[in-house]
Design a protein. Sequence first.
Length: 114
Amino acid sequence: MTTYTSDQRHHTAETSETMAQVRYEIDRIDRLLVDILAERQSFMDAAARIKGDRAIVHDRARIEDVITKVKAACADAGLSPAIAEPVWRTLIDRCIAYEFESYDALMAPEAASS
């Protein structure tokens, strides 16, 4: 199981009184997001390894399932769906492109030996 470490949190959105405090917290959160996205990306490598056919890398039904789940989670988290949906659609698009690259790299040794 992955655990994420962070610099100490000093303020919340409600307790921040200066832009320096706001920027500190945003930078702290951004570093956490990088770690989380790197973990997500690692599963694109796993998907490329597990999927037996390049044609199934892009899965429209799965994309819409992910978006539906994210939008449902927005209400509980207090995240605007107007922010979440385009962010996740871009994330998914870039992850699919990465997965294609990973799939092709995995298949290249097999193609070379044929």
